[in-house]
Ligand binder design. Structure first.
Ligand SMILES: NC(=O)c1ccc[n+]([C@@H]2O[C@H](COP(=O)([O-])OP(=O)(O)OC[C@H]3O[C@@H](n4cnc5c(N)ncnc54)[C@H](OP(=O)(O)O)[C@@H]3O)[C@@H](O)[C@H]2O)c1
Length: 229
């Protein structure tokens, strides 16, 4: 388990130990090549191999483009996209060596359905989806599955850190028709993606419906999004 701050990870490691497993809390910033490399090496030394990577680190920055500080785009792309590709790229040789294995990216429905106030975030997640789809073509026949799980709103500290007000900042249709998910539901979807070797997973079902609508009639989806806000 990898993050910059350690308190929550150590607590989780304790819970895993109590449940009979073994969790290893490692401090690393996904924006640092050296730190991610060191974390992967420590993990492989400790457990002998690497079979599953869940690339989950991410953040959101919400503002209209005209009000967006340069830092929004920089931090969002460096963390969500470059950070994810770094973890995946550095872990891949270990996964191929120990195949069968699996990579899951926790991306977002925002990568499929762009929405206002979240241009950098939507772009970062669309890039993750495309990267993982291309990677799947390269490695799935060599025994490494690749999935990208695209949730709608999830009830986590992400919302406060992003200074996001779901009742105001999210598109009208999303806030009226799409129920927020729990972290546990997303975790179960990750497991199901690995077990079923699924490619793209969009959740909840209403968000899947919106994603398909956008693919089938992009002009209509755009019009709906603009006119309902
Ligand atoms: N919550 C939502 O509504 C929602 C919806 C769709 C998709 N997602 C995606 O789900 C993923 C998890 O988000 P969450 O909702 O669980 O948010 P969260 O509660 O804020 O958790 C984000 C996690 O990422 C870690 N992280 C952030 N920047 C990092 C960095 N530079 N290096 C290493 N770790 C870093 C954080 O730990 P540290 O800060 O300690 O490093 C934290 O553990 C993200 O990719 C997010 O984009 C969230």
């Amino acid at each position: 388990m990898l993050a910059r701050s350690q308190d929550a990870l150590r607590e989780l490691a304790r819970e895993i130990a109590e449940a009979g497993g073994e969790g290893l809390a490692l401090a690393a910033d996904v924006r640092s090549e050296d730190q991610v490399q060191a974390a992967i090496e420590t993990t492989v030394e400790r457990f002998g191999s690497l079979k599953l990577v869940v690339a989950n680190a991410g953040l959101g920055r919400y503002a209209l483009v005209e009000n967006q500080p340069a830092e929004h785009v920089e931090t969002t792309i460096q963390t969500n996209y470059v950070g994810m590709t770094r973890l995946v790229r550095l872990a891949l040789p270990h996964l191929l060596a120990a195949a069968p294995g699996h990579i899951v990216g926790v991306t977002s429905s925002a990568g499929l359905i762009p929405h206002r106030m979240a241009s950098a975030y939507c772009a970062s997640k669309a890039a993750c989806n495309a990267y993982l789809a291309a990677l799947r073509l390269e490695v799935v026949a060599r025994g490494v599955g690749v999935s990208w799980v695209c949730p709608g709103l999830v009830e986590t500290p992400f919302i406060e850190k992003a200074e996001l007000e779901p009742a105001r900042d999210l598109p009208f249709l999303a806030r009226k028709l799409v129920r927020p998910l729990t972290g546990e539901e997303v975790a179960r979807a990750v497991l199901s993606a690995v077990r079923g070797n699924k490619s793209e997973v969009v959740m909840p079902p209403m968000m899947r419906f919106f994603a398909w609508t956008r693919r089938l009639t992009p002009r209509m989806a755009d019009w709906l999004n603009r006119t309902t806000g």
